[in-house]
Design a binder for this molecule. Structure first.
Ligand SMILES: NC(=O)c1ccc[n+]([C@@H]2O[C@H](COP(=O)([O-])OP(=O)(O)OC[C@H]3O[C@@H](n4cnc5c(N)ncnc54)[C@H](OP(=O)(O)O)[C@@H]3O)[C@@H](O)[C@H]2O)c1
Length: 178
């Protein structure tokens, strides 16, 4: 196993990562990096800096990684990005997590645009909702442990191998409404 490091908000580091990996072909590119803010912060009071940080880290930067590294993914391979159930516009009946939600919705929208722009590309595209998971980001009150979420995420990604197209799926393989 080889571990490389990159800050996905720094385009030069993404380019350098591409250079280091240039002779490798991957079955799967999975961009999981993400950040959150105080969930109580709304657009009424969020500092602009925080808003920009979430949008750049959760929406723009994962797509920059996808754009930069896609040529390293095999034609029958998969490009997946960690989204969130919170990114669903259709399921947002209760509000909360306003800025985080908006950043994941923006990510989903950008992925749809990417899919449209590369309509002839055979690679499978996935947006993944892992459930609410006990991590630094999810916090200790989360519903699932990583052991309860991540095997399902892996199975879901595996189940889509070579299917092509773009899907928004949760850790149990269910379609999430856009
Ligand atoms: N936990 C949940 O309930 C939940 C629910 C839905 C979606 N998600 C999504 O799942 C993904 C993983 O989150 P997590 O729950 O595992 O949270 P986490 O424990 O806080 O992990 C976040 C990861 O993102 C990395 N990261 C943050 N900013 C980065 C940057 N600029 N460049 C490179 N890496 C960066 C962090 O790296 P460092 O440790 O080096 O900072 C860390 O490995 C995120 O996209 C999150 O939005 C989580």
């Amino acid at each position: 196993m080889v571990v490389e490091r990159a800050d996905i908000t720094v385009p030069e580091q993404i380019a350098a990562l591409h250079e280091r990996l240039a002779r490798t072909t991957f079955d799967l590119l999975f961009v999981s990096a993400g950040v959150t803010n105080d969930p109580e912060e709304t657009v009424a009071d969020v500092p602009t800096e925080t808003f920009v940080h979430l949008m750049v880290t959760n929406a723009l930067s994962p797509m920059r990684v996808v754009e930069a590294l896609r040529d390293l993914v095999a034609p029958d391979g998969t490009i997946a990005v960690m989204s969130s159930g919170q990114g669903s516009v259709a399921n947002n009946d209760k509000g909360g997590f306003e800025v985080y939600r908006a950043s994941k919705s923006a990510l989903n929208q950008l992925m749809r645009s990417f899919a449209a722009r590369h309509a002839d590309d055979p690679r499978t595209l996935l947006l993944i909702a892992p459930g609410w998971v006990k991590t630094n980001l999810g916090g200790p009150a989360a519903r699932l442990t990583t052991d309860q979420s991540i095997p399902g995420v892996v199975d879901t990604i595996e189940s889509q191998r070579a299917k092509g197209g773009l899907r928004f799926l949760d850790y149990e393989g269910r379609t999430v409404r856009w």
